[in-house]
Design a protein around this ligand. Structure first.
Ligand code: GLA
Length: 402
């Protein structure tokens, strides 16, 4: 009888009271994902070397934690229905890989799909949600990206809820990254289900362009930025808008990479690098590990930045931070240079969402130039006047003086 009550209790707590694992992503998750650079070409050696490089490059120290294997790690299901990794690509198995990653103080992520097949045609989780979650927990997986290909007829909220419950009942805390490309407005219902949700289709390695693949399109950095409009009230600690993984280090110019990274920081976006960590230029490392930029992204308030003004391709973005500090970013979307001419005292900016006001007449701020890595005075000076190259940013951290 006692045993029966115990079993009923376990059943009730694990199914009726299923929930997401709270508190796993109090600040936007930081890590790496294989897709943007390697697509289906993933294997054990690449993951080992990427983890090694995450440590040796200083990225781990800068805050990057997750090593996420995207599509195509899958092998077959066994006779009982449990999924296994592709034995040729991952001969030592997922548990051994997770052990390797954990020994470095990092965490391992995997990818699956709510449909019967992934976007890359591998086995999806449909009908196997609880078994897959059990398998991930057994292997020691820490993060799951859950895609939306081959889901005809499925209700998105229901499908993601099922996987959330499956992960919860498997008992291992796993960050749940929802990837249905913003099709079903996940920002309206995703907070109780996942820790982050994609707001758009796939990013492409280009600053300002759209790539038409026929049945779908992928989007440049500026296009994705524009698609974040109207979403900032939905984001915050443990539930993030995800404008997709980064393309920093994949071939854009240094200016463009810097602008891309800065805007992802201003958006409080998850910082998931998508480049080859084993072969990075110094510039790429400097961009990905800039401490002030990362601090802007990781600010505890978790407020997504907003566009304050736009004129002649020059945009000004703001993000309220802890301790009454602010991040201020000038973004030049044009190819040609533009002049910044910003009179501090003439701009008093109120953010109705955070109910914070940036008033340079009332308060003075020390100006930290994030990319020059130096202080450049205070806002008591009259005007910030400087040239900004094309496709570049001037990112400033404004520290309130008491
Ligand atoms: C979709 C996702 C991408 C990637 C691929 C893998 O397109 O949006 O981020 O995971 O599938 O096939």
């Amino acid at each position: 009888m006692k045993k029966l009550f115990y079993l009923l209790f376990i059943f009730a707590t694990q199914t009726c009271f299923a929930q997401k694992f709270n508190g796993l992503a109090k600040t936007p998750p930081m890590g790496w994902n294989s897709w943007n650079k390697f697509a289906c070409d993933v294997n054990e050696e690449l993951i080992h070397e990427t983890a090694d490089a995450m440590v040796s490059s200083g990225m781990k120290d800068a805050g990057y934690l997750y090593i996420n294997i995207d599509d195509c790690w899958h092998g077959k299901r066994d006779s009982l229905g449990f999924i296994h990794p592709d034995p040729e690509r991952f001969p030592a198995g997922m548990k051994a890989l997770a052990d390797y990653i954990h020994a470095k103080g990092l965490k391992l992520g995997l990818y699956s799909d709510a449909g019967w097949k992934t976007c890359g045609g591998r086995p999806g989780s449909r009908g196997y949600e609880f078994q897959d979650a059990m398998q991930y927990a057994k292997w020691g997986i820490d993060y799951l990206k859950y895609d939306w290909c081959n889901t005809e007829g499925l209700n998105a909220e229901g499908a993601y809820l099922t996987m959330r419950d499956a992960l919860f009942s498997a008992g291992r805390p796993i960050v749940f990254s929802m990837c249905e490309w913003g099709n079903n407005k996940p920002w309206d219902w995703g907070k109780k289900i996942g820790h982050l949700w994609r707001t758009t289709g796939d990013i492409t390695n280009c600053f300002d362009c759209v790539v038409d693949h026929g049945t779908w399109k992928s989007w440049g950095v500026m296009q994705i930025l524009d698609m974040q409009k109207g979403l900032r009230q939905h984001t915050g600690p443990d539930h993030w808008n995800d404008p997709d993984m980064m393309e920093v280090g994949n071939g854009m110019s240094v200016n463009e990479d810097r602008a891309h990274f800065s805007m992802w920081c201003m958006l409080a976006a998850p910082l998931i690098a998508g480049n080859d960590l084993r072969n990075m230029s110094n510039e790429t490392v400097e961009i990905l590990t800039n401490a002030d930029a990362v601090a802007i992204n990781q600010d505890k308030l978790g407020i997504q930045g907003f566009k304050y003004s736009a004129q002649d391709s020059l945009e000004i973005w703001l993000k309220p931070l802890e301790n009454e500090n602010w991040a201020l970013c000038f973004l030049n979307r044009a190819v040609a240079q533009r002049e910044i001419n910003f009179a501090w005292q003439k701009n008093t900016i109120s953010d109705s969402l955070s109910q914070k006001t940036l008033d340079f007449n009332k308060n003075s701020y020390i100006i930290h130039d994030v990319w020059a890595q130096k202080k450049i005075g205070t806002t008591q000076g009259k005007t910030l006047k400087t040239m900004l190259p094309g496709h570049d940013v001037r990112l400033l951290l404004l520290e309130m003086q008491n």
